[in-house]
Design a protein around this ligand. Structure first.
Ligand SMILES: [Fe+2]
Length: 266
């Protein structure tokens, strides 16, 4: 099995090569189709070689070019729990007007019960499972391969989980960590290794401290949320929280901000 990250949009998308076929996990924003084809061409992989497209959740930056890719042959696999969400982003693109966008044609889609994800993946020689991991959105799924590779889309990163106690985000991470993933591949952040789950969490906690300090520094420099997001790859609402705490509490430090965010999320 081989995992390749495709670099053509602001979303991290992955090509997973199984024994008998190929799966594309997530796609980019509408308008990125030419760049996608270019990237595939650079790797000498015909788009037609992709058997299935699996989308972590139906937000515009993950499903924007799914139909254009599917028009070349790949089949969009949709878990049953995503059934009512595949057109969630159509209105976003319609409002944008100018941007080229092809809504998903339901006739191209193959629905599968999420508990039967393993046998679906097996068809193309990939050993793994599909897990419902709500929190970022109701239709969020994660893909966990038996080698420990875990693809979570936009599920809030592990380093933030302390801030989401008692929420669906924590429930989803608990579910995933119980399955002992080794490497987590995010939709926007860098992939991380979590070979020892307990270690992974404490390392991530240290990261959180550094990230809050970085957001404070960038706020001082006058960066806005979107620029800070690009620099830190953090969740927008998390950046907003940190900025608000920082700007409204005089002389507050990193730990003070972390404590306040934690209290707010309890
Ligand atoms: Fe999202």
């Amino acid at each position: 099995m081989r995992i390749r990250e495709l670099y053509y949009s602001n979303t991290n998308t992955y090509l997973i090569q199984g024994e008998e076929g190929c799966l594309l996990f997530d796609t980019g924003w509408a308008g990125t189709f030419p760049a996608f084809c270019h990237t595939m061409g650079d790797m000498n992989i015909p788009v037609q070689d992709i058997d299935y497209i699996l989308i972590s959740h139906y937000h515009p930056d993950h499903m924007g070019i799914a139909q254009e890719i599917a028009d070349l042959g790949p089949v969009i696999l949709v878990a049953d729990i995503q059934r009512n969400h595949i057109h969630n982003s159509d209105s976003v693109f319609t409002k944008e007007g100018k941007m080229q966008f092809c809504p998903i044609r339901d006739s191209n889609v193959r629905f599968f019960p999420i508990r039967e994800g393993r046998s679906k993946l097996k068809e193309i020689g990939i050993d793994g499972q599909v897990i419902h991991t709500p929190g970022h959105s109701d239709d969020s799924i994660s893909l966990l391969l038996d080698d420990g590779s875990l693809f979570v889309g936009d599920l809030n990163p592990l380093y933030e989980v302390e801030l989401h106690r008692g929420t669906l985000i924590e429930d989803s991470w608990n579910k995933l960590m119980a399955l002992a993933p080794k490497t987590v591949y995010y939709g926007h952040a860098k992939s991380v290794s979590v070979s020892d789950p307990a270690m992974g969490r404490s390392e991530e906690k240290k990261d959180l401290y550094a990230i809050v300090a970085q957001i404070m520094k960038l706020t001082d420099k006058g960066y806005d949320i979107s620029k800070i997001r690009k620099k830190t790859l953090c969740d927008e609402s998390f950046i907003q929280d940190v900025m608000r705490m920082y700007l409204t509490h005089q002389n507050v430090g990193v730990q003070g901000i972390l404590d306040r965010i934690e209290i707010k999320n309890r």
